[in-house]
Design a protein around this ligand. Sequence first.
Ligand code: SF4
Length: 387
Amino acid sequence: MLAEIIHGIANFDWQPSPYRPRPSSSGPTQCRRKLTYRALEYPERKPGDRFAVVLDDSSWHEELTCQWIEQSTFKLHSQQMPLTIPNALPWLIEQEQPFTCSMCQGTVQPGSLHGHIDGILTDLFFEDYLFEHKAINHFTFESYRKGAWPLDHLTQCVLYFEALHDIQPDLNIAILLIKNKNTSGYLEYLLHYDYDSKTLTILEATSSDGTTIDLGDPLPTFVNLFQDALDQFATIEQHRQAGTLPPRQYEPHDWQCEYCPFFNPCWESVQLNDEAVLELSEESAKLAVQLYELTEERKRLEKEEDKLKRAFRLLLKNHGVRRATGSTISIKLKEEQRSTVSQDLIPADILSAARRTTTIEKLRVTPHAETIKAKPTHSAYLRVINQ
Ligand code: SF4
């Protein structure tokens, strides 16, 4: 009775939000082409009903986290405080009229970058921290836990630091708290921003399960996130004024495209010409050579791995054992059950009805003659290992 209607209710009043440079839409992994479609006011595909609830859930997760924080020794304040960097986008001064922010009802002057922080945390020693909260899906959360950097969120923090500088010049530490919406796990990044060098450093990254992410030495430091974000907004504006689109940043099977409201205008017109050939720039040609070398190296390593595995399997079998051990390493031959389907036992009509043909893309890099030198191969493991 309710399950069928809730998603529809949530999405009933959906309206596309007009494009405006915002801290929350900055960062290197944001698709510039998608933002340009929005700046050019292309009609947007309405999100799926369930997706509307997924998006809405994220802001409620933030509310819930803030309620837990209120029970801690930290004091959370200045929630949704509006911040503005005047003249951050000078190319917009002539283009824009002052507008009223729909969130804070403040008047924003043309060329300003305007946003709202999630809050400021104050600890028992009256130390302040910029607070930024994100609630994300399990897949992305896991990628961060395994060491990928949340670059867009880091960029957003940098923009807020810059906007806060006139108000609170000593505030240069942030806590970026990321919640896994599926498991309620948290990742916390402690960040330091240097206003003079415009560098952001991750000081600590800890998970609510007690583990820490190894940051290495020196600590990960990001240069120019502020200027890169402004340049990205400038690029979008250039395209908006020219009525052009930047190159695509993702492929159709990437989640960014799958969820993109401009998927159709973006991809529907793409038909690859079998005859025409694109001339690669010098830089792209070098990268193509690098790709070829990496592919060849991977193939060579896979071959070497296979040879070594074969040699060790034979060693164990020749000695009639499953395990071997050295001073620092052990080898074990395990048996695992694997089930397969014998296609010849399936009646031909069923097999043919079940068969599906899909098209996959394969990228092949072929060097022109004598561009690449073949790498020497190593072998003879079997002889050495069996000695
Ligand atoms: S479909 Fe993909 S490449 Fe095209 S605008 Fe959207 S995210 Fe970018």
